[in-house]
Every structure is written in C-alpha cells, then in structure tokens.
Design a protein around this ligand. Sequence first.
Ligand SMILES: Nc1ncnc2c1ncn2[C@@H]1O[C@H](COP(=O)(O)OP(=O)(O)OP(=O)(O)O)[C@@H](O)[C@H]1O
Ligand SMILES: [Mg+2]
Length: 486
Amino acid sequence: MFSRYKKPQGTKPAADAGKPADLKPVKTGAAPTAAPAATPAKNLMKPQRAAAQPVVMDKEKKRKERLAEIKLELHSRLLDNLNLSALENATESDLRAEINEIATEALNEMSIVLNREERSHLNQELYDEVTGLGPLEPLLKDEGINDILVNGPQQIFVERDGKLMQSDITFKDERHLLRIIDKIVSAVGRRVDESNPYVDARLADGSRFNAMVPPVAVDGSLVSIRKFKKEKLSIDKLVDFGAFTEEMAAYLQAAVSTRLNVIVSGGTGSGKTTTLNALSSFIDDAERILTIEDTAELQLQQTHVGRMESRPANVEGKGAVSQRDCLKNALRMRPDRIIVGETRGEEVIDMLQAMNTGHDGSMTTIHANSARDAVSRLENMVAMAGIEMPIKAIRSQIASAVNLIVQANRLQDGSRRMVSITEVTGMEGDVISMQEVFRFQRVGLTPDNKILGHFTATGVRSHYSERFRLWGYDLPSSIFEPMAAE
Ligand SMILES: Nc1ncnc2c1ncn2[C@@H]1O[C@H](COP(=O)(O)OP(=O)(O)OP(=O)(O)O)[C@@H](O)[C@H]1O
Ligand SMILES: [Mg+2]
C-alpha cells in the first residue's frame, strides 16, 4: 500500500479543521505558471507501416475453413445428442468425456482425421460452446485482454497492451453470435430482440457486457465487453506503469484522506474506473462508503462498503431503479462517503448536493476531455435535468461541490496516463476558477510511435496546502516544483 507521506498515527485533526469554509484564502498567484516550454521533438519518421503480413497459405486457409465447418456440424450433433437438461449436474470430466465420445463418433463417420493438437482444440471449443460463451470463451480467459469488441460474426477485436487488434477468432454466422448473446442476457433475466435491440448485462465473472442486435446494428450484432479484473491496479502498480508519479500519488493521498470531493474525468476506456478504484484505497477503513454504479465494477478494499447497482426496466417497462434513485436512497443510509461509478444524467443534482452537504470526500467519474470540459459537462447535465437555475448559480454550486478534477487519458500509443490534476478554487465573476497542479508534458514521439514526455508540477502552490497541513499531511514543497526544462 502506498504510504510515503501517510500521516503519523494519532494526529487526528480537530473535527472541523480544514473545511473549505474555515480556511483562510490562500493566495496562489493569478495563473498557474506554465510548465517548462516544451518543443515537441520533430518527428522526422513517418509512422511506420506494419510489416507486411505473411501471406496466408491457401492450403492452410482451406483447412481452417474445413475445420470451422466440422466444428459447426459437430456442434449441432452435440446439441442433438447431449441431454442438455442433465448438463447442469454433470461433472466437468463427465461432460468432457461425453463430448469426446460424440466427437470421435462423428469424425469417424465423416472420415476426418485430425492431429492431436487440432483434436484437443476442437474438444475445448465444443466444451466452451456447450457450457460457456463459445468463441468468446478463450478471449475471456486470456488475462492479457482488456476489452472484447465484436462487430458482427466475422470480426472480433481485442485490446491488448493498450492496442486494439483483430483476433482470428470468429463466429460461424449471425445466428451463432445471436445464440451466444441470448445465452448471456437470458441468464440475467433479460431479452434482446428486434423490439429490445440493445442490452447491458454483467457476465458471471463480473465483466461488463453490452450488445446491440440487428436491424439497429446494421452489419450484424455489436458486442462490447469490458473484462473484469480481479486484481485491480493499485496505486503502486499505476505508478510503476507510469500512469502518474509517486509525487502525484502523495498529493492524491492527501486529497482523498482530507476528504476533498474528486471527479475523475476522461474519455471512454481511458482508465477512469481504474483510477477511481485506486483512489478509493486512500479512504480510511473506519469510514462507511456507499457505491452506486450501472454495472458494479468497483472493488473497494475497505470493510464497511455498501454496493448498489442501478437496474433498467424489465420487458414490460417496469421496475427500473436509476442511479438517481440509488443516490437519493443512499443519502438516508448514513454514508461517510458516496462513490458514483459514472455521473451521466440527472443524478448529477443529487451528487452535487451530497458533495455540498456533508458527504465531502465523495467521488465520481465523468466523460470529458479536460477539466474545463468536465465542468461544462456538469453544467449541461444540471440544465438537462430540468433544473431552472441561472447559470451563475449552477456554476457556484459546482465550484463549491467539486474540489479536484483528475484527467485520465488513453494516449495514441495505447498508454493510459493521468494527464492533469486540476484544483477548483472558487468563482471569479461568472467563471469557475481552476488551477492545474500537475500535468503530463508531451515532448515528442519515438521512432516506434511511443509517446515521449514527463510528468511535472506546474509550480502553483496547492489551494489546499493549509487543509493538508491541518490534517497532518505535510507535503514537501518540492512536490510542487516544476521539473527543470531539459
Ligand atoms: N494506467 C493503466 N495502465 C494499464 N492499463 C490500464 C490503466 N488504466 C486502466 N487500464 C486498463 O484499461 C481498461 C479500461 O480501464 P477503465 O475501465 O478504468 O476505463 P474507463 O475510463 O472507466 O472506461 P469506460 O469509459 O468504458 O467506463 C481496463 O481493462 C483497465 O484494467
Ligand atoms: Mg468506467
């Protein structure tokens, strides 16, 4: 556990010490001083083209196609011959033996000889098909894969090491793909068809699943899976991966421990949930935390955690429980902190209210490309929720609710970094004032298209320095010194 600047035990601050209202305004200078001007190194190299793919031999391709046909044939025979209702009680070894027997018989009948490797592959695929999610199964088991994206039966993309690449795994046809989708959604009591063409669900292993079927999905069903990782990336791991520095981690530890309200902002798949989860590790174990998500992904390490998951309406359009419903209810459940997985709609009102009324130290994520953008998104969400309030009033609500905006980004080389940490410092006239405290400074690109850059403090003194000090977090001033220009 990250603990470089953890306060010494037993130095609890006075009950109210350090609440924003108690703090003397800290003069921080008008604008953050710019980080060392960086002249992006000229990238003289054009992005390299991928090496020419070895030409797949015709013979090999034909054999593969033939194997796919055999698999399909065998699969339908399996379904005919296996007693599906007895499957649930069969042990794995019984089932494997049964599958092997049926496959051997069928292959003999078709006079097909497979080598050992092909045979064991085939048996595994048939097993996956009968018990699991067919072609998706090996991808789900592959620890190195983060995301699985299916664009119709013939195209499956996976994200590995931050890079999207096409897998050579396919479904036989749209019917096959639909059958697997149906298997997933019916297991959670949902239905997907022409009248309900899209669905969110959670797989048995906790992975987040979304599917959209034709005709809304034009070229075949679309499936997106965000794999659930049991081992969440810890602060230490994220520092090791270069997502942010130890100094930034120390700052974030102080921010979370002293109950600043934090918003993690970022684009899709930029690492927002991962960051939120890692930040939550700084929360004291004695606190009661309530989490609210559309799909439960967060995995908090604390003892006292209540988890809520919103629910869409059922087929008759009834029984929906929105994030807002959960949040309203959460406020009656005596939480110390509330964590909302992603604020995307009308729950923003209750989130801001919670942050403003005693549930400080609350956190959420928001889909936005910069700290400024995150604030505009909040404004828009409030306006869309139908609250008739002058813009200045909305802004001042936001300014007093939100203390910190952490910007996550997936850079073009696939790396995920915390590109900015920005403090919300109040209002200046009609405008919310903010100051960036840390940023990732890009300086160029390596010949193999990896991003070159470094993290640096911007040189501004934290607006919350006094609060940190009062709560026992004496961050060395060196943390806030910008990195010398190279
Ligand atoms: N710094 C990192 N280094 C390597 N992998 C990371 C890093 N941060 C996140 N990931 C991985 O990237 C994937 C996406 O992360 P995450 O779910 O946190 O993104 P998100 O912004 O919440 O996405 P969404 O917008 O879909 O909710 C996950 O599989 C996660 O394990
Ligand atoms: Mg997320």
